[in-house]
Design a binder for this molecule. Structure first.
Ligand code: NAD
Length: 493
C-alpha cells in the first residue's frame, strides 16, 4: 500500500485511529491479497487523501463466511442487548462528530456544517432502530382450525448486503445497517469508492461499541465485481442498495438467481410546485433551499421548479437574488454554502445539461462558470423556459442546476410533475387546502412535502415509486426489510 501522502488526514483528527485505509472483515483490518488499490481524492483540491485496498473474490467470501458464523450469536442476543450495543454505537458517533465530519468533508466535499448535520442525522437512525428492534412484534390470529392457536413470529432474514453511494457517505449506511442489526441480521457494507473513509470510521466505532466480529464488515473493491459476488451468494438473504437507477436495475437482475429480498433507493427528479396563492419570495427561498443542498447532489433535490404563471416572473427574480447570495468553495474553509461536485465528470455532465437546455430554447438567468473556484466546482445555475424535451427536465442532473417552468392550472402542473420515470419526492407550496389535497392524491411520488423543505428523518418511511425504487427505509416499517414472518399453527391443543 502506498503510504506517502496518507498521514495528512489523520493529523487533522482528534482520534487518528478513525482514519482507516483497510477493509474491515471479520473484525480485522485487511489488505487486498491481489495488491490492487484505489486512490481517494479530496474533490475540492484534487489532492490525494488516502488509499484503499481492493479485495479479491475469496476475501469477499470470507466476509460472508464471517457473517454466517456470527449470525447465530447475533440473532440469539435479546433485543435489548442488541439495542445496548446500537446505543453505544450511536453515542460514539455523537462523541466523534467532529472527526467524522472532517473525514466526510475531505472525501465528499460538502461544507463542514452540513457534514456535522449528516453525522447527527446518521446517528439518529441508529438510536431509532435500537428502540424499534425491541418492537418486532408478531401477531396472534383468531383460529379457523378447531383447538389450535395461530400466530406469527418475526425473525431476522439473514445476512444483509448494503451497497451505498457517495453523496451521503455515513447516513446512507446507518439508515440501512441500524435497521438490519436491530433485526438481528449481520451486515456487509460496500461503500462507494469515492467515500470509503466514513464507512471505515463507522466500522471502527462499531467495534468499539461491542458489535461482534463478522456482524459489521466493510468490503472494498471493484464495484461490479464485488456486487456480482454478493448477489450470487445464497447465504446473503437481503440486498439494500442506494444509488442510481441504472445500477439498481442491474443488482435486481443479478439478485434474481438467489431470490433475495431487494430494497432499492434510486434516483429522483423532484418537482417543486408553487401555487398562485403563494408569496413568490417565500416560495423562491424555499426552492433555493430544496435545490442546492449538497450542491444539488441529493436525490431529493428540487429539479423541476413549476411556478404558476401569475407569479412566475417575481418568483424568478427572488430565486436569482437568493441564489446569488450562495457562496461556493472548499467545504473545509469557513462557511460556504456549496462545496465541489464529486468529480470532474459530474461538472462536465452539468455543463452538458445546461448547454442542451440553452440549445433547445431555455434562458440562462444566472450561472457564470468562469467564477468557479476550481476544476470540480459548478456555480449555481438558473434556467427558465425549461420544457420536457430538455435533459434538465428528463434527467436527474445531480448538480446545482435549477430549471423553472410556468404552468397555467392544476391539471397542467400535475401532468408536468408526473412526466418523469422517477417517483421519489415532490414538493408542493400553496396554502389552499383543496389544492393541497388534490395534488397530494395526484402526484405519483413516494414522498410529498407540503410547505416544508425538510421531510426526512428516522420516524418516516423513505422511498420511491416508479423507477425510484422498491421498499422503504426508516419509520416503523423500515425494519421489516430485514425480517421474515414465520406463521405457526399449534394444533390439537
Ligand atoms: P451509483 O449507482 O453509481 O453508485 C452507488 C453504489 O453502487 C456505489 O457503491 C458504487 O460503487 C456501486 N456501483 C457502481 N457501479 C456499479 C456496478 N456496475 N455494479 C455494482 N455496483 C456498482 O450511484 P452514485 O453515483 O454513487 O450515487 C448517485 C445516485 O444515487 C443518484 O442517482 C441518486 O439519486 C441516488 N441516490 C438515491 C438516494 C435515495 O435514497 N433514493 C439517496 C442518495 C442517492
Amino acid at each position: 500500500m502506498n503510504m506517502k501522502l496518507t498521514n495528512t488526514l489523520s493529523t487533522m483528527l482528534d482520534d487518528p485511529r478513525l482514519f482507516r485505509q483497510h477493509a474491515y472483515v471479520n473484525g480485522k483490518w485487511t489488505h487486498g491479497d491481489g495488491g490492487r488499490e484505489e486512490t481517494v481524492f479530496d474533490p475540492a483540491t484534487g489532492e490525494v487523501i488516502g488509499y484503499i485496498p481492493w479485495l479479491e473474490a475469496h476475501q469477499i467470501r470470507e466476509a460472508v463466511d464471517a457473517a454466517d458464523a456470527a449470525f447465530a450469536q447475533w440473532r440469539a442476543l435479546r433485543a435489548d442487548e442488541r439495542a445496548e450495543r446500537l446505543l453505544a454505537w450511536h453515542d460514539l458517533l455523537q462523541a466523534n462528530r467532529e472527526d467524522l465530519a472532517t473525514i466526510m468533508t475531505l472525501e465528499q466535499g460538502k461544507p463542514l456544517p452540513d457534514a456535522r448535520g449528516e453525522v447527527e442525522y446518521g446517528a439518529s437512525f441508529v438510536r431509532w432502530f435500537a428502540e424499534e428492534g425491541k418492537r418486532t412484534f408478531g401477531e396472534t390470529i383468531p383460529s379457523h382450525i378447531p383447538n389450535a392457536a395461530l400466530g406469527t413470529l418475526k425473525e431476522p432474514v439473514g445476512i444483509a448486503a448494503l451497497i451505498t453511494p457517495w453523496n451521503f457517505p455515513l447516513a446512507m449506511i446507518t439508515r440501512k445497517a441500524a435497521a438490519a442489526l436491530a433485526a438481528g441480521c449481520p451486515v456487509i457494507v460496500k461503500p462507494a469508492g469515492e467515500t470509503p473513509f466514513s464507512a471505515l470510521a463507522l466500522a471502527e466505532l462499531a467495534e468499539r461499541a461491542g458489535i461482534p466480529a463478522g456482524v459489521f464488515s466493510v468490503v472494498l473493491g471493484e464495484p461490479a465485481e464485488v456486487s456480482k459476488i454478493l448477489c450470487a451468494e445464497e447465504r446473503i438473504k437481503a440486498l439494500s442498495f442506494t444509488g442510481s437507477t441504472r445500477v439498481g436495475r442491474l443488482l435486481l437482475e443479478q439478485s434474481a438467481q438467489t431470490v433475495k429480498r431487494v430494497s432499492l433507493e434510486l434516483g429522483g427528479n423532484a418537482p417543486f410546485i408553487v401555487g398562485p396563492d403563494m408569496d413568490p419570495r417565500e416560495a423562491a427561498f424555499a426552492a433555493v433551499a430544496a435545490k442546492f443542498q449538497t450542491a444539488g447532489q441529493d436525490c431529493l433535490a428540487a429539479n423541476r421548479i413549476l411556478v404558476h404563471e401569475s407569479i412566475h416572473d417575481e418568483f424568478v427574480a427572488h430565486f436569482a437574488e437568493r441564489m446569488a447570495a450562495l457562496t461556493v468553495g472548499n467545504g473545509m474553509q469557513g462557511e460556504v454554502d456549496l462545496g465541489p461536485l464529486i468529480h470532474r465528470q459530474a461538472v462536465d455532465k452539468a455543463a452538458a445539461i445546461v448547454d442542451d437546455a440553452i440549445s433547445r430554447g431555455a434562458t440562462l438567468v444566472a450561472g457564470d462558470q468562469t467564477l468557479a473556484p476550481g476544476d470540480n466546482f459548478f456555480m449555481p445555475t438558473l434556467l427558465t423556459g425549461v420544457t420536457p424535451e430538455m435533459k434538465v427536465w428528463r434527467e436527474e442532473n445531480f448538480a446545482p442546476v435549477a430549471g423553472v417552468t410556468a404552468y397555467r392550472d392544476d391539471e397542467e402542473v400535475i401532468a408536468m410533475a408526473n412526466d418523469t420515470e422517477y417517483g421519489l419526492a415532490a414538493y408542493v407550496y400553496t396554502h389552499d387546502i383543496r389544492r393541497i389535497w388534490k395534488l397530494l392524491r395526484a402526484l405519483e411520488y413516494g414522498m410529498v412535502s407540503v410547505n416544508s423543505v425538510k421531510m426526512t428523518g428516522p420516524p418516516v418511511p423513505f422511498g420511491g415509486v416508479k423507477q425510484s425504487g422498491l421498499g422503504r427505509e426508516g419509520g416503523i416499517t423500515g425494519i421489516d426489510e430485514y425480517l421474515e414472518t414465520k406463521y405457526y399453527c399449534l394444533g390439537a391443543l
